[in-house]
Design a protein around this ligand. Structure first.
Ligand code: IPM
Ligand code: MG
Length: 366
């Protein structure tokens, strides 16, 4: 197979982690007799520097013309970067939101599972001697507060800011379908997360999710309020299989879910539309504080590349191979700085590895 993809290295640690993901992709594809071509393009802060806007029409068109987009991360340090002196609609994050919207990527899959090799890094106390969870958050990605009307203005002499939260039934139905389909391929358990005790959008969300659920009688569907879900994720993450939720709740819960895996540097993501097209990016940000130091953890991006092979190209064996190589790398003791145990006794047996060494170690284990 020939894979023709767009690639957005982005800002901060983005270019470093994408380089490692390409290294691993090149190695696995060569092993199975496939070829790949990357067309690199700018988005985020680097695009502002080059073109004055975070996302150009050309970049959006380029991404549309390919089968998939592999992305690093975008944005900078809001306290010092000139990008954050621009009006909000011209900042790096606006480029990412416009890209997601422009490509129609309404379903964002964020798997969070605990590698047994990293059980010590899980901040949660062990249950029966150890944690063992494996869940995926399906986050609605092109609606809700992120895309509602917003403004800040003086009303009756008082500065007032407004953000609008709206969902229509079609937006809810399509992402619910994606979540049920994923649940069918996994443990057939779906938790729909909302705030139906307060919000109208959540009450509609719940109604539509249950309507869609009638088409999936094998899936055990339950509802959970978002505040309770935040608590349950730290109390008992083992109870979850698939979680489906709206954009803002999903943003927050997925950071929480990633942290209980030991590091946000482990969490991959796939953003999908109704076809096999997808944008694949780590769930973490651009970490400007460590950019250029060669110490970033590339695993989330490498695992995002594996998701790309699985979801956009149907290359399941190749994706498994990458995931197993990551496991072996961890089992062999390789640890990037974020994964290194704080306890010196536990750290003693580990191999400290920079970004490129992690990429080499994974590629060598395919
Ligand atoms: C994420 C990020 C983005 C989001 C930011 C960078 C706009 O936090 O992908 O989770 O809020 O969606
Ligand atoms: Mg986020």
């Amino acid at each position: 197979m020939h894979l023709d993809i767009a690639c957005i290295p982005g800002d901060g640690i983005g270019p470093e982690i994408v380089e490692q993901a390409k290294k691993v992709l090149n190695a696995v594809l060569a092993k199975y007799g496939h070829t790949i071509e990357y067309t690199d393009t700018l988005m985020g802060g680097c695009s502002i520097d080059a073109y004055g806007v975070p996302l150009t029409e050309e970049t959006l068109e380029l991404c549309r013309s390919k089968n998939a987009v592999l992305m690093g991360s975008i944005g900078g340090d809001a306290k010092v970067s000139p990008w954050y002196k621009l009006e909000p609609s011209r900042r790096p994050e606006a480029g990412l939101l416009a890209l997601r919207k422009g490509l129609g990527l309404y379903a964002n899959l964020r798997p969070a599972y605990l590698f047994k090799e990293l059980a010590d890094s899980c901040p949660l106390a062990g249950k029966d001697g150890g944690r063992n969870f494996d869940l995926v958050i399906v986050r609605e990605l092109t609606g809700g507060l992120y895309f509602g009307e917003r403004y800040t203005k003086e009303i009756d002499g008082v500065m007032t800011a407004v953000d609008t939260l709206s969902y229509n039934e079609n937006e809810i139905r399509r992402v619910a379908k994606t979540a049920f389909e994923i649940a069918m391929k996994r443990g057939k358990k779906l938790t729909s997360v909302d705030k139906a005790n307060v919000l109208d959008t959540s009450r509609l969300w719940r109604k539509i999710v249950h309507e869609v659920g009638e088409e999936y009688p094998e899936v055990e569907l339950s509802d959970m309020l978002v505040d309770n879900c935040a608590m349950q994720l730290v109390k008992d993450p083992e109870q979850f299989d698939v979680i489906v939720t709206e954009n803002m709740f999903g943003d927050i819960l997925s950071d929480e879910a990633s942290m209980i895996t030991g590091s946000i540097g482990m969490l991959s993501s796939a953003s999908l539309n109704e076809s096999s097209f997808g944008l694949y990016e780590p769930s973490h940000g651009s970490a400007p504080d460590i950019a250029g130091k060669g110490i970033a953890n590339p695993i989330a991006t490498v695992l995002s590349a594996a998701m790309m092979l699985r979801y956009s190209f149907g290359l399941n064996e190749e994706a498994d191979d990458i995931e197993n190589a990551v496991k072996k790398t961890l089992a062999d003791g390789y640890r990037s700085a974020d994964l290194m145990p704080a306890d010196p006794e536990k750290a003693a047996g580990m191999i400290g590895a920079g970004c490129a060494e992690m990429g080499d170690a994974i590629a060598a284990r395919l």
